[in-house]
Design a binder for this molecule. Structure first.
Ligand SMILES: Nc1ncnc2c1ncn2[C@@H]1O[C@H](COP(=O)(O)OP(=O)(O)OP(=O)(O)O)[C@@H](O)[C@H]1O
Ligand SMILES: [Mg+2]
Length: 365
């Protein structure tokens, strides 16, 4: 157990934690803060960001993060590494690792058809994100992989990407092009001929030549890709993979969060904890109505307390949508989350935060 609250418990029992949510709610800050909290609890942690704004890099103060994990020094008993995803470079690395030899890798990497798919067509970015996650998870170098997700509305596509890749590899055009047998001979087999001629009429001969050369070069690697895509899907659904939905206590944001809950459910993925970020801090265990008096300080306290109560009421609907999912409050801090000390503070508050449904038993924050 990393802390007494639901987020602490989640960090304690999971080896992968994925932060999802709509734009600007604090996914990157929460992911990094949870990473720091777990490192403080003695775990070996890597935080992955696919955040194009590079806010995690700024927060951690390392400048530009790279595809290979870099250590973030800090006063914790565990270790903390961080990595930012450059999807195109990551796909190239993957091809290099999976290729039989340098020549096969070179043939693929210099192929125009490959360059087109590697630079973003067909969900490559999304696939690479989850592939990197699986890679870090299976390396054995870390006890916990914390993943931040991008602000785009279709960030959840990342979780479909392994299935999509598998469907592509099973697609009849792909199968026809690479049909039984091996080597280039099979690519120009009779079925393939028809497909290729038809494709050539639409796309032009040059494109088709590139595509054939690509699939030929890819020969022998697709089984490994298919196996890995299956593994990634299993990892996303594993008991030890936790999803944290980050949201903010505003009506429109909560409505969007509700849609994220439904979208994940549609993918058979479950939110484990809802983290309501930038909540008005709770300064007292008393209810707003009981804070009456003429003292200006007391009136301010009553107003802030009423505001906090209204924010908690907004979140009730979300909790009802995601049944049995604890909702925890992360307070609005008095400064931006741009350095390791602030991340550590947010992390400590996060792992200690009680479920708001448990009343006001937890620390006042
Ligand atoms: N609890 C907090 N208290 C004060 N400031 C916060 C808090 N959480 C986040 N912030 C600030 O809010 C801004 C947005 O946070 P963050 O980058 O983590 O959001 P995000 O969900 O990752 O955004 P995007 O969707 O654009 O990637 C940042 O400037 C961050 O420092
Ligand atoms: Mg972000």
């Amino acid at each position: 157990m990393t802390g007494p609250g639901p987020l602490g418990a989640l960090l304690g029992r999971c080896d992968v934690v994925i932060c999802v949510g709509t734009g600007g709610v604090g996914k990157t800050s929460t992911a990094a803060a949870l990473g720091v909290a777990a490192a403080e609890a003695g775990r070996r942690v890597v935080v992955v960001t696919i955040d194009p704004a590079r806010r995690l890099a700024d927060a951690i103060g390392t400048g530009r993060l790279s595809n290979s994990p870099s250590p973030i020094p800090g006063p914790w008993p565990g270790t903390l590494d961080a990595v930012a995803l450059d999807a195109t470079a990551a796909f190239d690395d993957l091809v290099r690792r999976r290729a039989r030899d340098a020549a096969q890798a070179e043939r693929i990497l210099t192929n125009r058809f490959y360059r087109a798919i590697a630079s973003g067509i067909g969900g490559t970015q999304e696939y690479m994100a989850v592939e990197l996650l699986a890679e870090l998870h299976s390396s054995g170098r870390w006890d916990l992989v914390v993943v931040d997700t991008p602000p785009s509305a279709n960030a959840l596509d990342a979780f479909d990407a392994p299935d999509r890749l598998r469907r592509f590899l099973d697609h009849r055009v792909y199968r026809a092009l690479t049909a039984s047998g091996s080597g280039i001979g099979r690519v120009v087999g009779r079925t393939a001929h028809g497909v290729v001629r038809a494709a050539g009429r639409v796309a032009g001969g040059e494109v088709v030549d590139d595509a054939i050369a690509f699939f030929t070069a890819f020969d022998g690697m697709e089984d490994e890709f298919r196996r890995r895509a299956r593994e990634v899907t299993e990892l996303l659904r594993a008991q030890t993979t936790g999803f944290v939905l980050v949201t903010a206590p505003r009506a429109d944001t909560v409505a969007e969060a509700r849609r994220v809950v439904d979208a994940l459910a549609g993918r058979r993925l479950r939110i484990d904890v809802i983290a309501a970020n930038r909540m008005t801090p709770r300064f007292t265990g008393r209810a707003a109505g009981s804070l009456e008096g003429d003292d200006p300080g007391l009136r301010t306290l009553a107003r802030l307390t009423a505001r906090r109560e209204a924010e908690e009421a907004l979140l009730v609907g979300l909790a009802e949508r995601a049944v049995d999912t604890p909702v925890v409050a992360l307070p609005l801090l008095d400064r931006d989350v741009t350095d390791v000390d602030t991340l550590a503070e947010l992390g400590r508050l996060a792992v200690a935060a009680p479920s708001i449904a448990d009343g006001h038993a937890g620390p006042v924050a």
